[in-house]
Ligand binder design. Structure first.
Ligand SMILES: Nc1nc2c(c(=O)[nH]1)N[C@H]1C(S)=C(S)[C@@H](COP(=O)(O)O)O[C@H]1N2
Ligand SMILES: [Mo]
Length: 401
């Protein structure tokens, strides 16, 4: 990626006949229908992304197509989903990455540190699944408000930066009585609104300090604006929203953030209730897997051998194993974990070779984490459509001709 912010070319092509052709869409059909089917173009700040791998829900929500997840472990940055609650900061913040500063609070010697200074305090790389807590919301029959993501609000990436514990140690250690790690985003707050209603500020339990990074690289490149550059808080194994982009303040705190996104947003609110701070927040991810191939969108299958493959992860716990069913969950067979194991926060690829006869088959996968937790059959109903790990919802139906 040469210039992540100003590549209007692909942006323009996205709505063109060429791009429709690449997506296998009938651009020659009647003008009105072709227009209705025309995919939304990539937003400017993400114009460098691979348009054919993404579903553009809105300018702030881009989802990776299920068929675009390959069988290697890492999700290319050009295909990784994007989710923004607010307009992204000015692209000029990337002009001088090293000048970006983050205020470190709740330590014995609080102060601001520039990215240049952070680079001197340590460096580590972690492979982690980044997943929006609303991934799978599209399978809720209750149609919760929010983006109807299916599987593609997730990816597995390599993040490099300084361990937060090194930063805290350099500033004298954690101040007395702190129990949360609170990150604040440098998003543009629209004028005339109470910042607390829109501010992207999240608190996670302080134990997350052990694994958290202040990251400046993703997959070997400086983090693009779309993914939170110049500096992003990465909390491995925690739901996407806790991974604060363009982080400008990192505080050890006694209380959880008072921002709406913390107090009421992203709560596991039972159906029929109102979101409230006493309901569980979306923090650690839970064990989950899904199949990425074969898929019906790849066209009719021929009878014979098929390699059923997909991804499995356990949040903060390693994946112990994955089972696959070709009959909608009546019988299960042990799948094989493939590819490099990049640690407990990364996802594992799995494969099961099977003979598929002529007919219709419901393919499902079910993962188990290192603590023995098994991916559930059913989703936990909740107002926001969060944390859908149901293997039944993620099953795919394929027809063999
Ligand atoms: N500053 C900031 N950080 C943020 C957000 C945001 O809007 N602003 N969105 C959060 C949400 S809800 C998700 S799912 C992830 C998305 O990360 P990505 O866009 O790099 O995929 O970032 C999280 N961090
Ligand atoms: Mo999210």
């Amino acid at each position: 990626m040469k210039n992540p912010v100003s590549l209007p070319r692909r942006h323009m092509l996205a709505g063109s006949a060429a791009a429709l052709g690449a997506l296998g869409m009938a651009s020659w059909s009647s003008g009105v229908r072709a227009q209705a089917a025309a995919p939304k173009p990539l937003p400017g700040y993400a114009g460098w992304k691979d348009a054919k791998s993404l579903i553009v829900h809105s300018s702030n929500t881009l989802e990776t197509r299920r068929a675009a997840f390959g069988t290697s472990v890492i999700t290319p940055t050009s295909q990784l989903y994007v989710r923004n609650n607010l307009p992204v900061p000015e692209a000029s913040v990337l002009d001088q990455r090293d000048a970006w500063s983050v205020s470190i609070e709740g330590v014995k010697n609080p102060r601001s540190l520039t990215l240049a200074e952070l680079r001197t305090l340590g460096v580590e790389t972690v492979a982690t699944v980044l997943q929006c807590s609303g991934n799978g919301r599209g399978f809720f029959p209750s149609k919760p408000s929010g983006t109807p993501w299916t599987v593609g609000a997730a990816g597995c990436a390599l993040w490099s930066g300084v361990p937060v514990r090194h930063v805290v140690a350099a500033l004298g250690g954690v101040a007395e009585g702190m129990v949360y790690l609170t990150g604040t985003g440098g998003d543009k707050v629209p004028e005339g609104v109470d910042p607390l209603t829109v501010l992207v500020e999240r608190s996670v339990p302080i134990k997350a300090l052990d694994d958290a990074l202040l990251a400046w690289e993703i997959n070997g490149e400086p983090i693009p604006l779309a993914h939170g550059g110049p500096l992003r808080l990465i909390v491995p194994g925690y739901q996407g929203v806790n991974n604060i982009k363009y982080v400008k303040r990192l505080a050890l705190t006694r209380e959880q953030s008072q921002a709406r996104i913390m107090s009421h947003g992203y709560r596991m609110s039972p159906p029929g209730t109102k979101a409230s701070p006493d309901q569980p927040s979306v923090w650690e991810m839970t064990v989950k897997s899904w199949i990425n191939g074969p898929l019906p969108e790849n066209g009719p299958l021929k009878a014979g051998m098929a390699q059923i493959h997909g991804v499995a992860f356990g949040g903060t716990r390693a994946v112990q194993g994955v089972e696959v069913s070709v009959d909608g969950g009546q019988n299960w067979q042990k799948a094989q974990l493939i590819g490099p194991d990049l640690g407990r926060f990364a996802w594992r690829q799995f494969v099961l070779p099977v003979q598929l006869p002529v007919g219709t088959h419901v393919l499902a996968s079910r993962a188990t984490d290192a603590a023995g937790n098994v991916q559930p059959a059913d989703r936990e109903e909740n107002l926001g459509g969060y944390n859908n790990a149901s293997w039944r919802d993620h099953a795919v139906t394929v027809t063999v001709a």
